[in-house]
Design a protein around this ligand. Structure first.
Ligand code: C5P
Length: 334
């Protein structure tokens, strides 16, 4: 049995350019690795079924007290997704694994939430399968395989803070997340929603509402350099997601959530990626917990839960054990 984990992300900044012939938009993104992680357990399985690695996914939600608990509802919902597009399965397959490899994914990152949960599944799987099968692929090779699986996979492998251009997959590290450093510099409140958002729909709405021709998107050198030593002012100065207006026109309640968090004392807020997850920056851990508690009291419709999280955190890593909240499932499918 081999265990690996990989972080979720926020886009502190997401600047969008024109659509390219391959249908994707040029992006400039500041990826910031966040503490909620996906854990993947890889095993050699004796029960070979079909040609592909077998994936079982357990989805977790917050319990309102700061801990993750398995959610039967979310797990059942996830089971309806097409197994052929499962990124953990595709990542294992990309490393040559067949049906003799089975994976259990312990999923805390919301599905279609704009936090690259699927990419984190792929990143953790690449680490675990590389180790379990003794492939010894160097990290740079995993980055290349990851980029072919999805534009956000390299950022999850790298962790820390990175600058992505192209489709977001051409990465330049800003704050090194490949070492196991966990400075917990910033505390955030995440607001999760019942309904995810389709990335394709958000980009298509962006095209509809953005007039004129678009230039190559970028985040200035100055802003990037300021993040090499992550601080609250540097992070605040970066927050800017150009997909927000498109997402808000599809789901107006998202803007209200952000403004509500600001009114309750957040230092600043941003929607992550193509949404809908909204992240509010707090002064410190105590303020983040207070902000989450006050926000929970509003009981806004459409809001699933909140989580107090921190960053920037390290990239994909091998783990000796699962965290305690996920351990109940180890015996169940061994
Ligand atoms: O990356 P993913 O496959 O989740 O993207 C889903 C859709 O979102 C793409 O098919 C494309 O329509 C849109 N997209 C885009 N530009 C990007 C990323 C996604 O237009 N950089």
């Amino acid at each position: 049995m081999t265990i690996a984990s990989a972080p979720s992300k926020l886009n502190l900044a997401l600047r969008v350019g024109a659509q390219k012939p391959d249908g994707y938009h040029a992006l400039a993104s500041i990826f910031y690795a966040l503490s909620p992680r996906e854990y993947v357990v890889a095993r050699r399985s004796r029960r070979a079924m079909g040609a592909n690695p077998v994936v079982r996914t357990v989805v977790y939600d917050t319990d309102g007290l700061g801990s993750w608990v398995p959610s039967e509802r979310l797990t059942k919902q996830f089971a309806k997704e097409d197994p052929a597009t499962n990124l953990a399965m595709l990542a294992a397959k990309a490393l040559g694994a067949g049906s003799s490899v089975s994976l259990t994914v312990h999923k805390t990152v919301p599905v279609a939430g704009g936090m690259a949960g699927g990419s984190a599944d792929a990143a953790a799987t690449l680490m675990a399968v590389n180790q379990m099968l003794g492939l010894r692929l160097p990290f740079d090779e995993l980055l290349k395989v990851g980029a072919r699986l999805g534009a956000d996979v390299p950022a999850s492998l790298m962790g820390g803070i990175s600058y992505g251009t192209g489709r977001g997959d051409v990465l330049e590290p800003i704050f090194d997340g490949t070492r196991n450093v966990e400075p917990r510099s910033q505390w955030w409140v995440l607001v999760f929603f019942d309904q995810g958002l389709s990335t394709a729909k958000v980009f298509s709405r962006f095209d509809d509402i953005t007039p004129g021709s678009l230039t190559t998107p970028e985040v200035s050198n100055e802003q990037r350099q300021a993040l090499a030593t992550p601080s609250i002012p540097a992070v605040l100065a970066t927050l800017d997601n150009q997909l927000q207006d498109a997402a808000f026109s599809l789901r107006p309640e998202l803007a209200e959530v952000g403004e509500g968090l600001q009114d309750l004392g957040a230092q600043g807020w941003v929607m992550s990626g193509a949404g809908p997850t909204v992240a509010a920056l707090a002064k410190d851990e105590a303020s983040a917990r207070e902000l989450a508690a006050k926000f929970d009291e509003l009981k806004l419709p459409g809001v699933r839960s909140t989580a107090v999280v921190w960053g920037p955190t390290c990239g994909a890593s091998l783990e000796r054990a699962l965290p305690s909240w996920a351990q109940a499932f180890v015996g169940a499918d061994a």
